[in-house]
Design a protein around this ligand. Sequence first.
Ligand SMILES: [Zn+2]
Length: 454
Amino acid sequence: MKRRSFTAFAVAASLGFSLAGGASAESLSDLQKRQQQIESQKSDIQNSITQKEQTITELQKEQDSVTAQIRQLDSKITESESKIRAKEQEIADTKAEIERLRAEIEELKIRIAERTVVLEDRARSIQQSGGSANYIDVLLGAESFSDFVNRATAVTTLVNADKDILQQQENDKKQLEESERKVKEQLASLEEMLAELEKMNAELQKQRTEKDNVMKGLVADEHEAHDHKLNLEEEQELLDSQQASIQAAIQAEKERIAEQERAAAAAAAAKKKAEQEAAAAAAAKAKAKASASAASASVPQAAASEPEPEAEPVVQAAPADSGGMFMRPAQGTFTSGYGQRSLGDHKGVDIAQAGSGVPIVAAADGVVSRSYYSDTYGNAILISHSINGQVYTTVYAHLSERLVNGGSVSKGQTIGYMGNTGRSYGQHLHFEIHKGPWTVGKENAVDPAQYINF
Ligand SMILES: [Zn+2]
């Protein structure tokens, strides 16, 4: 933050000083100079706000584009996952087909075994009738031509039948091998396709994760830009209120000068009147010169001296306990309420009081949980309270000085002095009550006006 420490309160304080000191012309030009400075600060801030708004718009555009990409990826993922499911179904079907073929193979094995038995039976019957397993021997052993014909017919039938059986067996075996080969091929190709689909899906998921991260970054950037804008707007608001109070101070100073001039004129008139009276009295005295030491008339004073303004005490009064759950943490003017700023992010109340020794007191009995300096809170004290079984945390920010660093404090005990440290624009106390612990997001913050009459 640049120098923006002078504020409504500082202005009021300097006005109070100038009233006592009476440097009215300088005071007026000072005030007017400050108004101009604030005006230029306001226009700087307005430019920054405009820039932040542009940044936000750009980030939102980028988010829209990433959202569209994510939408596309999601649709591709949906498609690829549906393909994977289909391939998995095909693989399951193919495995069932292999099972079915295996059952068929078992059946065929049984058939082959049965045929072998048939062939062996036939060979045995030929051996029994002809004594030899050899068909030629059977034919050559014919006793007559008709016997030969009979034997030849039988042999031909047997040979053809054997041939058929052997051919059948050969065909069955080939068919079986072919089916098995085809199905195995099919399974291998399905598994390859599934692997490819899964690889593609993994790639899509990876892209999706990358887009998610880009999106998260964009959203975070946008939040940050929003926060900056909020801070700038808050600053703008504070400058506005400063301008208003300076304007009031200028008005008051002008009225004071006019009043001073009226008083001077009245004093001059009174002096003139007194002089005239004195002259008249002198004339009367001259007339009655004879009566010596008859009168010891007192000459009236020209003007009564103004009473000295009372000096402000260094340490002012601490607030009195009004008897609630929490007491008022400081004397002064209630300048800003909970959530009362245009964007509703004020998580506490502000109390302002001029002077160097405005005491800040613990709002209730408790334990100091933190006493530290932060860029935003300035010198800050956090106190934990346990009231009727409920934990509360009170925050006292922008203090000039912290008087406690830990340990127990009691209700009304002075813990520090009001100041203007951290992100503060004029001496004030920023006071928060949290129902529960204090968090960065201030989710537990409650309106202190629920407990305290400000
Ligand atoms: Zn505040």
